[in-house]
Design a protein around this ligand. Structure first.
Ligand code: PLP
Length: 299
């Protein structure tokens, strides 16, 4: 049983608004290719006051991820209805104002030809909310690929949000065991990539010119929906934007560094491998406040 209340709604052609199931009971076939091979894709989004945020961006990214696996998934309208059912069902029991809405779809049961798809809704954890405030001590971890691997070897599915997250979870455990809160992957040729569950952002403020940067997309990072929304809002507010390539020294030289993701939003990076960053200075904190406000306006 997951901590707190969890609602599961399966997408089912016989139930146009989704089929609510008991999350405390087994619901997947043991031969589901999602379970046996991690063969599927997923999305995690935030819902505030019952409304999923950046829904279209998440549905579009899931469609792109699925296409890279040649996986046929249910249409957006079916997801939208199941999400509505799941949020309503959660709200009947629990009044948490922030929810995690996960969309999951696998290649289905071995031998069958239909995907297995469901929506999972639960409350945002206290830890996620705390890390927005307290910030993170981060370590750099080698991803083991060079920054050209994604282009050279598309079968590695590097820019897709697949269910094969065991490596990402192992990286987080490795970081935690070494006393860090989170990690930033680097490529074997020394480029900054992404966090195991987040996008890296850095800001500089030089003579009043504010620039927001993120690593090069074609280096195999997941295109972040939070980064996308924040970049659009920052651009409209007069910020300059940059898309890498970035090396670790750029993080140490920046006026602020953050890990951005849909649930935790903007978590300040306080230090990298024990070296304090400018994010913790007064001007860094002011940038966190400014960027958080821009992100809130975009959600
Ligand atoms: N990069 C990876 C590997 C992720 O797993 C995630 C989110 O889970 C992100 C980046 C951030 O994406 P988003 O802002 O769309 O949540």
């Amino acid at each position: 049983m997951l901590g707190g209340m969890t609602v599961l709604v399966f997408l089912d052609p016989l139930h146009p608004h989704g089929r609510i199931v008991d999350a405390s009971k087994p619901q997947l076939m043991a031969t589901d290719l999602g379970a046996t091979r991690g063969d599927g894709v997923f999305e995690s989004m935030l819902a505030r006051d019952g409304k999923p945020r950046k829904l279209q961006a998440h549905l579009e990214r899931m469609a792109t991820s699925a296409a890279s696996l040649e996986l046929k998934i249910p249409a957006p309208v079916q997801w939208e209805r199941a999400i509505e059912t799941a949020i309503a069902c959660h709200n009947e029991e629990d009044t948490a104002s922030e929810l995690v809405v996960k969309l999951l779809v696998t290649r289905g049961v071995e031998g069958a030809s239909a995907p297995t798809a469901w929506v999972q809704v639960s409350a945002v954890t206290r830890k996620s909310r705390q890390q927005r405030e307290t910030g993170l001590a981060v370590t750099l971890l080698d991803r083991g690929y060079n920054s050209a691997a994604a282009e050279r070897a598309p079968w590695l599915l590097m820019g897709a949000k697949t269910l094969s997250y065991a490596v990402n979870m192992a990286a987080l455990r490795y970081a935690h065991a070494a006393g860090f809160d989170d990690a930033i992957f680097t490529s074997s040729d020394g480029m900054v990539l992404e966090g195991p569950t987040s996008t890296v952002l850095l800001a500089t403020d030089r003579d009043g010119v504010k620039t927001l940067q993120t690593p090069l997309l074609k280096s195999g990072v997941l295109p972040g929906t939070t980064q996308g929304a924040l970049f659009a809002a920052a651009n409209a507010a007069g910020w300059r934007l940059g898309y890498g390539p970035l090396v670790p020294q750029d993080l140490f030289d920046a006026d602020g560094v953050w890990l951005a993701s849909s649930i935790r939003l903007l978590a300040p990076v306080n230090s990298i491998d024990g070296q304090s960053l400018s994010t913790t200075s007064d001007s860094g904190s002011a940038l966190t406040v400014e960027l958080t406000a821009l992100l809130e306006s975009a959600l």
